[in-house]
Write a protein that binds this ligand. Structure first.
Ligand code: ZN
Ligand code: ZN
Length: 551
């Protein structure tokens, strides 16, 4: 529409994750963030979820650029899927682009244009001019955005909290947000993740005190699981490790890759003689070691999960080990995390996690911080983003308390269009939107990675494995029954199904007793074995769904 700014969330307003917003005016579109979401437990057989961005593809000639707020997966994780389809310049701070670059390399997209920016830089994309504003968050180098549009100023916080003592000393640019308030902000989009929580979110530095206490008393090895992107947290572990004369070993592909990127770009301070390789573990005394790894969400194939179930090649848990889960328990993952904790305790480790100690602080602003931001920016229109519906409702309640009229607050759903003109703002229909399920992180075939489940079902079909096991022993009491659809030609199918059945039985026989009592670990194991097998023997990647009934 003429003289109209359209703001369209493609993801991130019905969930934590999938952050992606389109700003459109006339012939110009800019995209802010392109994030993924990790699947909920009931999304069997899905590795992750990305927003349906077909609207962008339908309007590809209008796209002037993609602007990234920070390097978390829920903001950059869908980018390579988008860049496979369109070629648009990508703007972000150096660490954000560092993380993006390594991912693009993996997907043979290294020719895409990545343009580094600093806080307070201004770029022009079509009618839009965008200023980057430093924010504090649980990853370094995060920014919010001040977007000048023909109808007025838009401020987008990205993810933030007001951390007065950030680990890297890079303070939130309050002055800039206040300046936008002074200049008169038309629309404000702000992070709602913690809008239910009262008070202020603790500074990341608070975690350090807790770490110091744990390190002072831990008799043996310390193993810390956190998110690979949480460079602040990793830095604090390193600092405290040095203080207590421990060496740091990073364990897991993503954490090593991220640490290396951060180190190369100068965002991580890690002396060479402190960072040792996993092979060095055997040469060190137990009280000289800190292992940093991933798997804090109980992901069945992660390093921590393998350590917890005795499946890791090198690290075997023993009496005296201290394991710290330094991350939030993401809702929906509690059960898997609980399982991991039980396994670790059973093997003799002491386990410390969010519920029992302050080993984690959030990266998102609580109520008082959100109010402060609303007061600084003083927008005419307000659109809470980044949250499930209830988070957005809580955030809008705060805005109402601060005298933003109800009719000026817009809680949108993914795909809703908010149109703003000189005359006013209103919701104006919906565009095509939704979620796309992606399966296929494993097995290393990169070309085939983008597969909508619909497309996958049509091409490669589905294999169901039905299996009933005895809860306490893991013994098979019925099955495995193999059901396939759209997967093999009828005449060849019986043979393949027999092979699959045999493979399932053999795999089950080889599994550790402890894994056999954990249906989600069995599922993960069967999926990965069958995936490899069907890929190697037939070159097919059907959706594999092990359904395990415990009796
Ligand atoms: Zn974030
Ligand atoms: Zn986020």
């Amino acid at each position: 529409m003429e003289n109209t700014l359209s703001v369209i969330p493609l993801g991130g307003v019905e969930e934590i994750g999938l952050n992606m917003t389109v700003f459109e005016y006339g012939n110009d579109i800019i995209i802010v963030d392109a994030g993924l979401m990790f699947p909920e437990e009931e999304m069997l057989g899905v590795d992750f979820v990305i927003p349906d961005f077909s609207y962008i593809l339908d309007n590809r000639e209008k796209v002037r650029g993609i602007v990234l707020t920070h390097g978390h997966e829920d903001h950059i994780g869908a980018l390579h899927f988008l860049l496979k389809e369109i070629d648009a310049p990508v703007y972000g701070t150096p660490l954000t682009l560092g993380l993006v670059r390594s991912k693009l390399r993996e997907h043979h997209l290294e020719d895409r244009e990545l343009i580094p920016v600093k806080p307070r830089d201004v770029i022009n994309l079509g009618v839009f001019s965008i200023e980057f504003i430093r924010v504090t968050h649980s990853i370094v180098d995060g920014v919010g955005l001040g977007i000048q549009t023909p109808v007025g100023l838009v401020v987008h916080t990205g993810d933030f909290k007001l951390d007065p003592t950030p680990v890297d000393g890079q303070l939130m640019d309050f002055h800039k947000f206040a300046e936008y308030g002074e200049r008169g902000t038309l629309l404000f989009l702000s992070d709602s993740t913690n809008a239910e929580k009262g008070g202020f979110t603790f500074s990341e530095k608070e975690v350090r005190r807790v770490f110091e206490d744990i390190f002072a008393h831990a008799p043996g090895r310390i193993i810390i699981a956190t998110f690979a992107s949480n460079i602040h947290r990793i830095q604090q572990v390193i600092d405290v490790a040095i203080m207590y004369g421990r060496k740091v070993i990073m364990c897991g592909k993503s954490i090593v890759a991220n640490a290396q990127i951060a180190l190369d770009l100068g965002y991580l301070n890690l002396p060479q003689d402190t960072w040792l390789r996993l092979d060095n573990l055997k040469d060190l005394k137990d009280n000289e070691v800190v292992v940093i790894t991933t798997g804090s969400q109980g992901e069945p194939m992660s390093v921590l999960s393998r350590i917890a179930t005795g499946e890791h090649k090198i690290i075997e848990i023993k009496e005296g080990d201290t394991v710290i889960l330094s991350a939030r328990m993401i809702p929906g993952n509690e059960r898997s995390i609980g399982r991991i904790i039980n396994h670790l305790f059973r093997r003799g480790a002491d386990v410390i996690y969010e519920k029992v100690s302050e080993v984690h602080v959030s990266g998102h602003a609580s109520k008082e911080e959100l109010k402060l931001m609303l007061n600084l920016v003083r927008p005419k229109y307000f659109m809470p983003i980044h949250g499930e519906y209830r988070h957005l409702v809580y955030h809008s309640k705060l805005a109402k308390k601060l005298d933003i009229p109800k009719e000026n607050i817009f809680i949108l759903q993914n795909g809703d269009v908010l149109d703003i003109t000189q005359e006013g703002a209103s919701r104006n229909g919906r565009i095509n939107s939704g979620r796309i399920f992606v399966d296929g992180k494993g097995v290393g075939d990169v070309e085939d990675m983008v597969l909508r489940d619909r497309r996958r079902l049509a091409h490669d079909g589905i294999v169901l494995i039905l299996l009933a096991i005895e809860k306490l022993t893991g013994n098979i009491v019925s099955g495995p029954d193999i059901i396939s659809r759209g997967f093999v030609f009828e005449d060849a199918s019986q043979e393949i199904i027999n092979d699959v059945r045999e493979l399932v039985i053999n795999t089950m026989e080889e599994l550790d007793k402890e894994i056999l009592t954990d249906a989600s670990l069995i599922q993960a194991k069967l999926r990965s074995v069958l995936k490899k097998y069907l890929m190697n023997t037939m070159g097919r990647r059907p959706m594999i769904m092990p359904i395990i009934i415990e009796v």
